[in-house]
Design a protein. Structure first.
Length: 340
């Protein structure tokens, strides 16, 4: 299944049916009076978050969602049939954005969460509704209310607890494959990862979800490379794991490049907790590891983990550090005392 995280959709709710002007004309019934029924309500357009979806690919092949209009009222006090609603199914973590691509209408993060994007028009009143003591034979009815037409954007932000960031070929996909059952593509050339990957990581009997996004390059926050397209997927993460290629001869520059791009993209990513790890240390000797670790610690001003996704070096300690940050960022919900 192809991954798609942004889609433009055109929606329109149904219009209400017109009210009916009708009078009883039955044998042996004098002064039958008005009996025109109301028009049916138009169908609404809803969006609902569901489990089991992880892409918006369905909305590449269908961009128009038009609900049916209500039927007009009929004689004998018959109300017209209401139009059926349309429910658009989207993955968890989908944002509904207005046509200006800035205004967030809704953020669907829980299963079953629903939002009405376009309410159907009300049906018009039939002439029966206008009957009064002074107007025994009204000869008018209301037209139905028109539906709402609008254009919206669907933007998917994957829900994960931890996110992997780094330059291309920093070993992010290898790390994810080593600590979870995810099987991202791993190769010895840049931009192997073209779409975000999710994996469930287990440590000490506990689990959390980790996201791997395509590698970032200098200028990614301005649209260069693939990373800018997917940085939104780590906005929901509670902690970021920043991997630096230990075999690079410019590790401090590599580190500053990623930090600068995260901060330039948004303050949310810039302020997010980060754990720094020197990767691919199985290919280095102890002296080189020590030298490059000290250089990274000086550049970052914090501790640096020494790991290797291929050899499994330092993975457990890194996962424990990630889980500790996740727990620290998770709000504690106090249980309310039971009351009869």
């Amino acid at each position: 299944m192809k991954f798609l995280d942004l889609a433009k959709v055109y929606i329109r709710s149904g219009g209400g049916g017109a009210g009916c002007v009708s009078f009883r004309r039955e044998k042996f019934i004098e002064f039958g009076g008005p009996d025109g029924g109301d028009g049916g309500n138009g169908g609404s357009v809803w969006v609902e978050a569901v489990d089991g979806l992880n892409t918006l690919i369905d909305y590449r092949y269908q961009q128009h969602f038009f609900a049916k209009s209500g039927q007009p009222g009929m004689g004998n006090q018959k109300t017209g049939k209401s139009g059926d609603d349309i429910v658009m199914k989207v993955p968890l973590g989908t944002e509904i954005i207005d046509e200006d691509e800035e205004t967030v209408i809704a953020d669907l993060t829980e299963p079953g969460q629903r939002v009405c994007l376009a309410k159907g028009g009300n049906g018009g009143w039939g002439n029966l509704q206008f009957k009064s003591a002074t107007n025994r034979a009204p000869n008018r009815a209301n037209p139905g209310q028109e539906g709402v037409e609008r254009t919206i954007w669907l933007r998917l932000k994957l829900i994960a607890d931890a996110g992997l960031v780094g330059l291309p070929n920093a070993g992010k996909s290898t790390f994810l494959a080593a600590v979870s059952n995810a099987r991202p593509k791993v190769a010895d050339y840049p931009f192997t990862t073209l779409v975000p990957n999710l994996g469930v990581v287990g440590i000490d009997g506990k689990e959390f979800v980790m996201a791997d996004i395509p590698g970032l390059i200098e200028g990614a926050s301005e649209g260069r490379g693939l990373g800018i397209q997917f940085l939104a997927h780590v906005e929901r993460c509670k902690v970021l794991l920043h991997l630096v290629d230990g075999t690079s001869s410019t590790i401090t520059k590599d580190y500053r490049t990623i930090v600068a791009e995260l901060e330039a993209y948004s303050d949310i990513l810039g302020d997010k907790p980060r754990i720094l790890a020197l990767n691919k240390c199985d290919a280095l000797d102890k002296a080189t590891i020590s030298t490059r670790r000290r250089a990274l610690e000086k550049a970052s001003g914090g501790p640096v983990m020494v790991i290797s996704g291929v050899a499994g070096m330092g993975l457990q300690d890194t996962l424990r550090a990630l889980y500790a940050e996740i727990e620290a960022e998770t709000p504690v919900v106090e249980a309310k005392p039971w009351q009869p």
